[in-house]
Write a protein that binds this ligand. Structure first.
Ligand SMILES: NC(=O)c1ccc[n+]([C@@H]2O[C@H](COP(=O)([O-])OP(=O)(O)OC[C@H]3O[C@@H](n4cnc5c(N)ncnc54)[C@H](O)[C@@H]3O)[C@@H](O)[C@H]2O)c1
Ligand SMILES: O=C(O)[C@H](O)COP(=O)(O)O
Length: 528
């Protein structure tokens, strides 16, 4: 069945065409994001949800989204998506981190000019027939200091444009390296120095616990008298009430805001104050940027839904379309090794150790580890997948350790999963042969060679004559056909293992009878 995608925000229709061209069914309902009840009602029918900022992907929406595999944000900020809730439900969340950066930077520069020359007020006055030539006395930007708070993708484009305007640029960003600052031609400073020196301040950070109210009443008090403030990043970076006071007192000469604490902003402390210019979250709204992000998100979502390739996911490592087919058999192997160990583990898992030997060590092992952990947890928790597994394991205090060794041993690639509980430590290893099928090759240090089959019996016993005959007769008498039989032992007369593929499920009473056979230590049904 073709995957189905819902577009619930005003994306460029270019996205619809991409989905169709890729063979994905698509419903374009650009106003649906504002109707959360309707969205909750229909989201269960879709594998993918493409959004901008109007759709709020809440735990309630996710709870109804049984089929949902991916949320694609045509834009940058994913603060309208509950990422932990999506991750816990195994939903990939991806964005388009660069597609609207230039456009948004241009909006910030436009806002700075609009403030410097009071263009909106001058326009309104002129069109009202007032010709107030003496009312509007602007400031020149050349040689003024621009303070950039957050010098990432957008902040650095703004800095570049400002340098082109012959401004001096100082930047506050704890993650900006001195080398990058030098490359950009900006001066890296602490926040207090930026506040003291900037004629214009522009914000370009995400909204986090650290950046909320980065321009608080206290910070605004440290700015130069006559400073102008531009916010085209996120509402909440500036204390709106404190800024309103500073505008009224004349300490701040102007503020140009594209984003607000509450959006849509129908009322706000800044509205109507002198020197205030507002736009309705238009930073990314140009034909070019919207086309970029729509095309990109549709490609990314299609690649994931059709080929398992992951790019720009905020809750999972990237996997390219080239890597995906190479990873696929190893993802299956890791997941099955995890499942094998999970079905045999009855007590709390403390640590999971995964070792990648040989060629597999060069693949995206994060994805493999996540698959192994998903397989391991699934016997206990049905609702876990490769995206949610690491966070669920973390919540349960399970330590995950990974080791890679590029040198190959007996196998070109070998994946070994070791589970440590309070009572025991159990290892299982597997590989993928040229046929692309995963195989178990070692259990607790005993060599075997078995494929994973839908219904299997795992038996450990003492290596004594007669076991195989008795065991096979027991299954035969019960009408159970043995499809494949893999045996291994550590030494003659030592510990032995049998991994047996049977047609159909093995009834519990037969497992009990196997368990009672002489020399048998453990008998366990396994399903894959
Ligand atoms: N108005 C719009 O329509 C619009 C459009 C696009 C993006 N945005 C918003 O613009 C913001 C920036 O986007 P970007 O693509 O440049 O992001 P980015 O991740 O490339 O850059 C953010 C920068 O902020 C810095 N930062 C993080 N914490 C900081 C802190 N405590 N103090 C100072 N700096 C800090 C980071 O180091 C990074 O360099 C985001 O919030 C994004 O959602 C708004
Ligand atoms: O984070 C973003 O990309 C911007 O805030 C743009 O939001 P929008 O897609 O709703 O215009």
């Amino acid at each position: 069945m073709a995957p189905r995608v819902l577009i619930s925000d005003a994306l460029s229709p270019a996205a619809v065409q991409i989905f169709k061209d890729r063979g994905i069914e698509v419903d374009f309902q650009p106003a649906l994001g504002k109707d959360k009840d309707k969205l909750a009602e229909i989201i269960g029918d879709y594998d993918g949800l493409a959004i901008r900022s109007a759709t709020k992907v809440t735990p309630k929406i996710l709870a109804n989204a049984a089929r949902l595999k991916v949320v694609g944000r045509a834009g940058i900020g994913v603060d309208n998506v509950d990422i932990p809730a999506a991750t816990a439900r195994g939903v990939i969340v991806m964005n388009t981190p660069f597609g609207n950066s230039i456009t948004t930077a241009e909006h910030a520069i436009a806002m700075m000019f609009a403030l410097a020359r009071e263009i909106p007020a001058a326009d309104a006055s002129t069109q009202a027939g007032k010709w107030e030539k003496n009312r509007f006395m602007g400031v020149e930007l050349t040689a003024k200091t621009l303070g950039v708070i957050g010098c990432g993708n957008i902040g650095s484009i703004v800095a570049d444009r400002a340098l082109g305007l012959k401004m001096k640029v100082v930047a506050y960003d704890p993650f900006l390296s001195p080398e990058r600052a030098l490359d950009l031609g900006v001066e890296k400073v602490e926040l207090d120095e930026l506040l003291a020196r900037a004629d214009v301040i522009t914000l370009h950070t995400p909204l986090t616990d650290k950046t909320r109210n980065v321009l608080s009443a206290e910070a605004i008090a440290k700015t130069k008298k006559g400073v102008r403030i531009v916010n085209c990043a996120r509402g909440g970076l500036v204390d709106e009430a404190a800024l309103a006071e500073a505008l009224k007192s004349g300490h701040v000469a102007g503020a140009a805001f594209d984003v607000f604490v509450t959006e849509p902003a129908t009322e706000n402390p800044l509205f109507g104050l002198p020197g205030v210019i507002c736009t309705p979250h238009l930073g990314a709204s140009t034909t070019e940027a919207q086309e970029n992000v729509a095309l990109q998100v549709a490609e990314q979502m299609s690649d994931y839904l059709l080929r398992g390739a992951i790019s720009n996911a905020v809750n999972f490592p990237s996997i390219t379309a080239e890597e995906a087919p190479k990873l696929k058999p190893f993802i299956e192997l890791a997941e099955k090794l995890g499942s094998f160990a999970g079905q045999l583990t009855e007590t709390d898992i403390k640590t999971v150790r995964i070792t990648y030997d040989g060629a597999v060590a060069g693949l995206k092992i994060k994805a493999l580890t996540s698959s192994a952990v998903a397989g391991l947890l699934r016997p206990a928790l049905q609702d876990v997948n490769v995206v949610s597994a690491p966070s669920i394991a973390r919540e349960r205090g399970i330590v995950i350790e990974e080791t890679t060794r590029e040198v190959a041993g007996d196998y070109e690639s070998l994946v070994t999963l070791t589970v440590v509980t309070e009572k025991m430590e159990r290892s299982v290893s597997g590989t993928v042969f040229a046929d692309g099928r995963p195989r178990i090759v070692d259990i607790k240090g005993i060599k075997v060679d078995a494929e994973f089959a839908p219904s299997m019996l795992y038996v450990t016993n003492e290596d004594r004559p007669g076991f195989v005959g008795r065991f096979a007769s027991l299954l035969g008498d019960a009408g159970l056909n043995i499809a494949t039989f893999a045996l291994g032992r550590d030494r003659q007369g030592g510990d032995a293992i049998a991994l047996v593929e049977v047609d159909g499920t093995v009834p519990a009473e037969i497992i009990d009878k196997v368990q009672q056979l002489p020399s048998v230590k453990q008998a366990k049904p396994l399903v894959f």
